[in-house]
Ligand binder design. Sequence first.
Ligand code: TYM
Length: 327
Amino acid sequence: MKKVLSGIQPSGKLTLGNYIGALRNFVKLQHEHLCNFMVVDLHAITVPQDPAALREQSEQVAALFVAAGIDPAKANVYLQSHVLQHAQLGWILTTLTAMGELERMTQFKDKSAGKESVGAGLFVYPSLMAADILVYNADLVPVGDDQKQHLELTRDLAGRFNSRFGEYFTIPEPYIPEVGARIMSLDDASKKMSKSNPNPGSYISLLDSPADIRKKISRATTDSGSEVRFDRENKPEVSNLISIYSQCAEIPVAEVERLYEGKMYGAFKKDLAEVVVGLIEPLQQRYREIRETGEIFDILKQGAERASEMAEQTLSDVQRMMGFITK
Ligand code: TYM
């Protein structure tokens, strides 16, 4: 049994990209491993958040975890801010991180580009993420492709700690799906599908109505050809839609190509919309039930209690190894 940790930011609605790249793998991994899945509210505030919106979105994302199939009896579901050791180890790891390493992070470069004032939290974001992972000595971290660089830094920090203070941290491995690790925007296949894109037509939210999902998919950009063929280089938009189909229907890419041989884009998109709606509708039904009962607050409380126990052990070990006088 391995230890698994991952997190998702409560910054806006979760997209089909989050689901395919991360959330569905959380659900798969819970059956065989010791899993911790959290809503990373401390990371969300590295950019300004409206307090009421942050609260609503944190509850929303936690409820979506459960609606997507995470069983709170199998995996811990909680809020990052409820397990204080994340921030404490985050500070410690910040002191082991070089400015140059943080300056090289593409996510930091993207999020700070063109801004007059950039919060220091955004800069040290990756050290906190490393703490999220290392505080449980996680072996596996299920994430999409865009988190690879943060994972590399986490591995470097774990190694650095081990060589300076003694072997302690496990060097974590990313768990990145082969297909679907980078779902692209529906209007521009050179950008990843993102909840922060100002054009809602560019992404599918897990809470979009079936009518909106159908409309968005029918309007998704395609090339001027007609072949439903996977070719990332020459047909990036169609390839993205094929990836989505393959992941949502759980069939290989080659099988999708075979199904639509000789068929037009219109027919393919129509079926794709039904595949996505078929996946999302039952999830939304469960989501509504969970929100109505208010059960998520108990789930979060229990998840945080269990996670804190593991995290406290690591934090006190680390503090002792570094020369802190522990309680
Ligand atoms: P976040 O909230 O941006 O995204 C959550 C997860 O969804 C994946 N993802 C995608 N996968 C495929 N295609 C896409 N278009 C797409 N967009 C997002 C992300 O790769 C991610 O796995 N820094 C993290 C949150 C975090 C974390 C952690 C993750 C904080 N601490 C510790 C793992 C371990 C983030 O901003 O993810």
